[in-house]
Ligand binder design. Structure first.
Ligand code: D5M
Ligand code: FE
Ligand code: ZN
Length: 521
């Protein structure tokens, strides 16, 4: 089985501290004596190299008396001749790809297939990474500025749609006037007669808007969250102290939004919640995933996005230490890094932190500090803030860990948002154009001059994790995808009936935005 031989080589490289490109592994497995070839490569590789690349293998195999050209004693290798042979034939069997600038190594009787497209075709851009940009001091004035920025930027998406007036101007209008206002939801209360009173706030003051229980808009009241930005339009009551709502508007994604797609067939694996260090971390499933990434079937997977909770962390929940396999946070990251090394070195990785990671809990969370970056450097991942947007070959992916999903699921009725359909909870965040609208509940917000949690641009893909459930779907053509996890059910999750989707890897075609799910557990 091709996978076995490749997997053995990868684990040998990992144990020696190396990460490897897929192409390198393919070439090694195709050598007459992969083990000897590996030794040769490691002898020749520059001291500062962290990743074994295809050209290292090529150089080592091309050298006189290289492991690739002389077949040494099979018994010494631990790699059976059978599996080696089937690797090369497996790799040979399928595709013919023209990938300019690369010529596969010719070895006796085996010709490894190209494993990845020309890296020059790739493009990866990051926007909205606030690492190193934090200005907040936690003072009251920071809270004022973050909410003002939110209202300015989300309000701009609504102001062209309604004939809005400031709260103070509406207060001064005569009864019976038509009025509209753009504001933050400051209060939601039901009245004695079953209507709803929603207080909106803008930079000038507040004004109460009444949604009558028999009006169509009443169906939207149960999905409102505190601090979200919206617009209301209506008629002032005779005493003009209140307005009756006729229409509500959300910043939203236009229904006709047309997402961008890649110009070639290329895929991204969207995952999260690895939780290395937890006793429940599913090492076997992770290894199976990493092994799969080295196969032909995964040849188009050129990107991997990790949406937080790399490790289990320490002191995240009460009594968490009883379920820890690794108690030291740095050792957790070291172990995580070893697991990451099993992922082919030619896959581009982008990662953001989650609530179990060793960064501040309040959102936005900056990317990991230098010490942790150093620990995870072998794969040279892009480490950015939670949230951040990464644009892969034109396809923008908003990555957010997803702590606010707990809030959305808790606040909204079951049919609108539930753990079983996490993507539907994500739809509400897209509609509100904010990844964590409500302040002060589960979600801790760091006051900054700017509200980094606003979705200024519509993403083509919205990727979250955190709730440990797999779910995806489209909202106004935007693909919302919540990746599952790599942690089996914890005692806490058992006690509250959370049944995690563990060991799945959703793979997105960047040229079509179609999703396929690979299962490894
Ligand atoms: O979160 C995994 C999911 O489980 C997420 O929906 C929160 C929930 N969870 C897990 N443990 C707790 C405790 N102790 N209190 C409240 N909610 C919890 P994760 O971020 O991976 O822990
Ligand atoms: Fe998690
Ligand atoms: Zn989490």
């Amino acid at each position: 089985m091709p996978l076995e031989a490749a997997a053995r080589l990868v684990s040998e490289l990992t144990s020696r501290g190396y990460n490897a490109e897929r192409e390198a592994v393919t070439r090694l497995t195709a050598a007459d004596d992969p083990r000897a070839a590996l030794e040769r490569v490691l002898e020749d590789i520059p001291d500062d190299a962290l990743v074994v690349r295809a050209d290292h293998v090529e150089a080592a195999l091309a050298a006189p008396d290289a492991g690739g050209s002389t077949r040494s004693d099979d018994s010494a290798t631990g790699t059976s001749a059978d599996s080696t042979a089937s690797v090369s034939s497996g790799a040979n069997s399928t595709r013919e790809r023209d990938s300019p600038g690369r010529s596969p190594v010719e070895t006796e009787g085996s010709r490894p297939a190209e494993r990845s497209a020309d890296p020059a075709l790739r493009s990866l851009e990051i926007t909205g990474d606030m690492t190193g940009e934090s200005t907040g001091t936690g003072e009251y004035s920071d809270f004022v500025s973050v909410f003002r920025d939110r209202l300015d930027r989300l309000g701009a998406k609504l102001r062209s749609r309604v004939n809005h007036r400031p709260a103070t101007a509406i207060q001064a209008m005569p009864g019976g006037s038509e009025a509209a206002m753009v504001g933050l939801v400051n209060d939601i209360r039901s009245t004695a007669s079953g209507h709803w009173l929603i207080e909106l706030e803008d930079a000038t003051g507040t004004f109460p808007w009444l949604v009558m229980k028999d009006r169509e808009y009443v169906d939207l009241v149960d999905e409102l969250l505190y601090d979200e930005v919206l617009a209301m339009e209506g008629t002032l009551a005779d005493d003009s102290g209140i307005a009756f709502v006729d229409s509500m508007y959300f910043p939203d994604v236009p229904r006709t939004y047309e997402p961008s797609t890649a110009d070639r067939h290329v895929q991204a694996a969207l995952i999260s919640d690895v939780h290395v260090g937890s006793q429940e971390f599913m090492e076997d499933a992770w290894n199976a995933f990493a092994d799969w990434l080295h196969t032909e079937q995964a040849q188009h997977v050129e990107y991997m996005l990790l949406a937080g909770d790399m490790v289990e962390g320490v002191g995240v929940y009460p009594d968490q230490d009883e379920e820890l396999d690794i108690v030291d946070i740095y050792e957790q990251y070291e172990a995580f890094s070893e697991h990451l090394k099993k992922v082919p070195g030619d896959i581009e990785i982008v990662m953001i932190p989650g609530n179990h990671d060793a960064v501040r809990l309040a959102e936005p969370q900056p990317g990991f500090d230098e010490e942790l970056r150093e620990i995870m450097s072998a794969h040279d991942p892009q480490i950015v803030s939670n949230p951040s947007t990464v644009t892969l070959e034109g396809v923008s992916v908003l990555m957010y860990h997803g702590v606010s999903l707990d809030e959305v699921i808790a606040e909204l009725p079951e049919e609108k948002a539930s753990y079983d359909d996490p993507h539907k909870a994500m739809y509400h965040l897209l509609k509100k154009r904010h990844v964590a609208p409500q302040f002060g509940g589960h979600t801790r917000l760091a006051p900054e001059e700017r509200d980094y949690l606003v979705m200024e641009e519509v993403p083509d893909i919205f990727h979250t994790g955190h709730v440990h459930k797999l779910g995806f779907g489209k909202y106004h053509n935007v693909l919302a995808i919540n990746s599952g996890c790599w942690q089996a059910q914890t005692d806490f999750q058992k006690s509250v009936n959370i049944d995690p989707d563990a060991g799945f890897a959703p793979i997105v075609d960047l040229d079509t935005l179609d999703v396929t799910v690979q299962k490894f557990s």
